[in-house]
Design a protein around this ligand. Structure first.
Ligand code: PLP
Length: 448
């Protein structure tokens, strides 16, 4: 492969997601060429252990022939079927029914998207429509968590509470509000689980009272905040937030785009706490990255509320590729692999190995915190372990870590606040974890 040519073409033409354009032009692209299991190869022939499942999505690992076959067969049979004009396709219908079976009992209806951002965007539109249809058109305010990530659609990026998604984009919108994140390592009240849960509930209640309950549409949250730095709230937090939303008469939306599909152990994080949201957004592990697809799940009450408000008019929300049959066929096979191919079981069996490896890194002089649930984890690096002081951003430690990781043969995510994120594929073996932690230690030593 003529990599030099690709690097030039990329620099001159391809706009990448969430990079600094100038830095990217100088550094150039790393062209990934193939993948097997948990390993990737790039165009220089370097083998890389992927500790991030692509972008927390390739939960199955790379190279599953049965997924390829499912896509190929569907492409031959029927590559496209619109969902408009009352048409549909078998894999999409079967997938909708399967998701209803797997997700919490409150969720009965599925709208398919191409990914997570348009799932969040669709959820916002459905919620606005629902409250208008209910005659409660004042309910237009949305509350999310600080450090939350809900994609980068025009409105969803305003629910996202990370500064780079707002800067120069005129966000957040005036109807988008935030409450503090349940961040045990940096909670001013300390790490006591009951105190963290209580303070989150109080913050939500206060915010709703400040805005007026009759003006608040919904509270959106991730069960574990991913892009905000893998922030793992105490067990019981999600359930307490649901109960608070119910008490306040606002919709409770759980964004399981990262936490779904075995990432935290069970199929969905909601399952672990018996949480039954009004709406749920999904993507990533739904197709394990083999094809683009996302979904919004909603309760029958929300669906019927929207239907009643429409009278005899269509609901004006749709995408050409909604319920794409090839993506749906891929998703059905991916779900089979999680359940019958031993992937969920492996994720549950090896989660203690992952957690133990992360915790062992606490002995390293740079590591202030280690946290995880299931196969989702992070190390937070600090300049001073005692005071938890962060590194000076001018040191560009995150960039240096990403490069050092690459030099040592691993791909991980280095967030701006020097949190290293990990989302290994559910096919990881103990040997893969041994290699990961060996290479990780070398990576951290390289930036000491
Ligand atoms: N919601 C959450 C919690 C996410 O982590 C992401 C992506 O990382 C999204 C939504 C957006 O998904 P996508 O990148 O597929 O648009």
């Amino acid at each position: 492969m003529q990599t030099d040519n690709l690097v030039t073409l990329d620099r001159d033409h391809l706009v990448h997601p969430v990079v600094n354009y100038r830095t990217h032009e100088q550094r150039g692209v790393t062209v990934l060429t193939s993948g097997r299991g948990a390993y990737l190869q790039d165009s220089s022939g370097r083998e890389l252990l992927d500790a991030f499942s692509g972008l927390w999505c390739v939960n199955t690992g790379y190279g599953h022939e049965s997924i390829v076959r499912a896509a190929e067969e569907q492409m031959r049979q029927l590559p496209y079927a619109t969902g408009y004009f009352h048409f549909g396709s078998e894999p999409a219908i079967r997938l909708a029914a399967k998701l209803v079976e797997l997700t919490p009992a409150s969720l009965q209806r599925v709208y398919f998207t191409m990914g997570g951002s348009d799932a969040v965007d669709s959820a916002i539109r459905f919620i606005v429509n629902y409250w208008n249809a209910q005659g409660k058109s004042e309910k237009k305010h949305f509350i999310t968590l600080e450090r939350g990530y809900h994609g980068s659609s025009s409105q969803g990026a305003g629910l996202t509470a990370l500064p780079v998604f707002h800067r120069n984009f005129d966000l957040p919108l005036p109807n988008q509000h935030r409450i503090p994140s349940p961040y045990p390592y940096r909670n001013p009240l300390g790490s006591d689980p009951a105190a963290i849960i209580e303070s989150s509930v109080a913050a939500l209640r206060d915010k709703v009272h400040e805005l007026g309950a009759d003006r608040v549409a919904a509270f959106f949250c991730e069960p574990i905040q991913g892009s905000g730095g893998v922030i793992v709230p105490p067990k019981g937090w999600l359930k307490a937030m649901q109960e608070c939303c119910q008490e306040l008469g606002i919709l409770f939306v759980v964004d399981e785009v990262i936490t779904g599909f075995g990432r935290t152990g069970p199929m969905f994080a909601c399952e672990a706490e018996g949480v039954t949201p009004d709406l749920m957004t999904l993507a990533k592990g739904l197709t394990a990255g083999y094809a683009p697809m996302g979904a919004v799940m909603m309760s029958d009450a929300v669906y019927q509320g929207i239907a009643e408000g429409a009278a005899d008019l269509p609901i004006g929300h749709g995408h050409t590729y909604s319920a794409h049959p090839v993506s749906a066929a891929v998703a059905l096979e991916v779900l089979r692999l999680y359940q019958e191919g031993g992937l969920l079981e492996n994720g549950i069996a090896l989660a203690p190995r992952f957690e133990e490896g992360l915790r062992a890194m606490l002995d390293h002089p740079l590591v202030g915190d280690a946290r995880s649930r299931g196969f989702l984890g992070a190390l937070e690096l600090v300049a001073d372990k005692q005071s938890k002081e962060r590194f000076d951003p001018s040191l560009k430690l995150a960039d240096r870590l990403f490069e050092a990781a690459y030099d040592n043969g691993i791909i991980l995510r280095a967030f701006a606040d020097n949190v290293l994120g990990f989302a290994p594929a559910l096919c990881y073996t103990s040997n893969d974890f041994d290699l990961l932690f060996e290479r990780l230690e070398r990576t951290l030593n390289a930036v000491l």
